[in-house]
Design a binder for this molecule. Structure first.
Ligand SMILES: [Zn+2]
Length: 312
């Protein structure tokens, strides 16, 4: 999919698309009554009822700003040791070929930005070369949020271990540091006059959101503030991987409000087709609006008006 936001071109680079977690696996507080009234919107693209599993995506956002080629989030990557997450273990996907199909070679990338440093957002930061992990993008600056880098710096005495991120710092972050290509940025950092780093803590301590603003249009590359469209209707749904579930709820509500007020496009990291949406207010809550995007099935068209009634 491609979107033009003023002077900024937005394109999705897919790593994988398919069935993922069961609802209660992803969201510990999930209850079936949350999904039931939304099944007409969620099936079959976002939820497979036969398997009782969510359908999700792992992708990067490729942004062409007036002067730069920017990649946001770099998926799982190939050949990474991830025994803790079997479907991420020793992958071999054609993500680089898909980037080439979009007209971009690794040396063309000027900036890599990671919303956070979980294993499915930093994988293609590096690739294996003669048995060594090296930066995939030789000419890029890799911009990491300072708080997020500190949170995952396994060399620190106060490092908080998370099994899901085992090996990630050493094979996908440290080689970038050692190559001198990392640049730590603080909240509010601006790139090329059209991208701004905004704080979005909760899922991880230093998670950031990248705001795109150009020509009066806005979008938010929201990383894992949302994993699934159900969280637009039910923002209180946290994941078992969140560092701070309550903080994540506050961040979700803040971004929902911003998207609705600004008519901004939400560009999450894991939504299945059409991979992006608008957010509308409905009653005391919010609903996902996929109208205007290229929807491959019956989901398309109108603004959905189901009142989640979950925000007081
Ligand atoms: Zn993720």
């Amino acid at each position: 999919m491609k979107i033009q936001l003023g002077t900024v071109g937005v394109e999705r680079i897919e790593e994988r698309l398919g069935l993922g977690f069961q609802p209660h696996e992803l969201f510990p507080a999930f209850e079936s009554h949350m999904l039931e009234p939304l099944r007409h919107q969620m099936e079959p693209t976002f939820y497979d009822a036969t398997e009782n599993r969510f359908r999700t995506s792992i992708h990067s956002w490729l942004l062409r700003t007036p002067n730069c080629i920017v990649l946001i989030d770099t998926c799982v990557g190939n050949h990474k040791q991830r025994p803790q997450v079997p479907r991420f273990h020793m992958c071999d996907t054609p993500w680089l070929s898909r980037l080439a199909e979009a007209g971009i070679q690794p040396e063309d990338v000027d900036y890599v930005m990671c919303t956070h440093l979980h294993c499915d957002h930093v994988g293609w930061n590096t690739r294996l070369s003669n048995g060594k992990w090296v930066p995939t993008f030789p000419n890029a600056r890799y911009l990491f949020g300072r708080k997020e880098f500190d949170r995952w710096d396994a060399r620190r005495a106060d490092y908080q271990h998370r099994h899901i991120n085992d090996h990630v710092f050493n094979d996908s972050i440290l080689p970038v540091v050692e190559a001198g290509q990392m640049m730590l940025v603080d909240d509010g950092y601006e790139l090329d006059g059209v991208l701004t780093v905004e704080p979005a803590p909760g899922h991880t301590a230093g998670h950031v959101c990248i705001r795109v603003a150009s020509g009066g249009k806005r979008a938010y590359c929201s990383g894992d503030i949302f994993h699934h469209p159900l969280q637009i209707h039910h923002p209180q749904l946290y994941t078992g991987f969140d560092d701070d579930p309550d903080g994540g709820v506050r961040t979700r509500l803040r971004l929902l409000s911003a998207c609705a007020d600004e008519n901004a496009i939400l560009l999450p990291a894991h939504f299945a087709e059409p991979h992006a949406c608008f957010v509308r207010r409905s009653g005391s809550g919010y609903v996902a609006d996929f109208g205007g995007f290229d929807v491959p099935n019956q989901l398309g068209g109108d603004t959905h008006t189901i009142d989640s009634g979950v925000i007081s």
